[in-house]
Ligand binder design. Structure first.
Ligand SMILES: Nc1ncnc2c1ncn2[C@@H]1O[C@H](COP(=O)(O)OP(=O)(O)OP(=O)(O)O)[C@@H](O)[C@H]1O
Length: 242
């Protein structure tokens, strides 16, 4: 298996007066096309890890390679243009609540990632809409869609530009429990069909496991003598795990 992304000894800390927090990732690899759920309680750093993987926030320290690119070098060089271009072309994001633009139709929302990536593909958009059961809703605005339909539009948008990596932060948080299983299964199926690696943050590891995801749970540590609470996500390298 080829690693799509690899983190080594990554650390990110927030030094707020109230509750200092540090996320530590000694080892983390994700293979091309692999699906994985990141599990941990609220405040354990799942979103922080996803933001770093989305190239939206820099780690404080460590090594980070994505799609053959040394991401730490880009952050050190303040290469925000290169980071944004890589994100636009190779990464898709499914936010908790869909994150759709209210003034655009479902179709235009889905087409956004293709436009930004410079990869327009009407046939792929149509195919995804059909796969996800929202073809009849393409002309509607988000307010005219059910919560479940909005989430499907968000999934289509995250995949429309053929990203190598899809990041979903609690994608089932705003949907009915019955729908949550379906959304997780759909995400996994569509990413597998597209060959995209998938990382889903969740506080519900049982639901993720039921939907067929391997689960990486974080270890949480109460504040130490200096008052810093720590969370650790550690995943052995792919070669060792195989
Ligand atoms: N910008 C920030 N400044 C200071 N502290 C922050 C910031 N962002 C997050 N934190 C803190 O970092 C810790 C981890 O937050 P994070 O959002 O990554 O957790 P999470 O596991 O995604 O939580 P949830 O499941 O509730 O979304 C929390 O203690 C949070 O308060």
């Amino acid at each position: 298996m080829t690693a799509l992304l690899s983190l080594r000894d990554v650390r990110k800390a927030y030094r707020g007066d109230a509750a200092p927090f540090a996320l530590e990732v000694p080892r983390f690899e994700l293979a091309e096309g692999e699906a994985l759920a990141l599990a941990g309680p609220s405040g354990s750093g799942k979103s922080t890890l996803l933001m770093m993987l989305a190239l939206a926030a820099p780690p404080d320290a460590g090594g980070f390679v994505f799609a053959g690119t040394d991401i730490m070098r880009l952050w050190r060089g303040a290469r925000r243009d290169a980071l944004a271009a890589l994100r636009a072309r190779r990464i898709g994001v499914v936010p908790q609540t869909g994150g759709l633009l209210s003034y655009l139709t479902a179709e235009a929302n889905i087409a956004l990632t293709q436009r930004i990536a410079g990869r327009r593909d009407a046939a792929r958009l149509r195919m995804l809409a059909e796969e996800l059961g929202i073809a009849a809703q393409l002309g509607r605005r988000p307010a005219e869609l059910s919560v479940g339909q909005r989430q499907r539009v968000a999934i289509a948008r995250a995949l429309a530009h053929r990203p190598a990596l899809v990041l979903a932060d609690e994608p089932t948080a705003s949907v009915h429990p019955e729908l949550a299983d379906a959304v997780l299964a759909l995400l996994r199926r569509e990413c597998a069909a597209s060959g995209a690696a998938l990382l889903v943050a969740t506080h519900d590891p049982d639901r993720a496991a039921r939907a067929g995801y391997p689960v990486l749970a974080c270890a949480t540590h109460a504040p130490d003598a200096s008052g810093v609470a720590r969370s650790v996500f550690d995943r052995p390298p792919l070669a060792e795990a195989a």
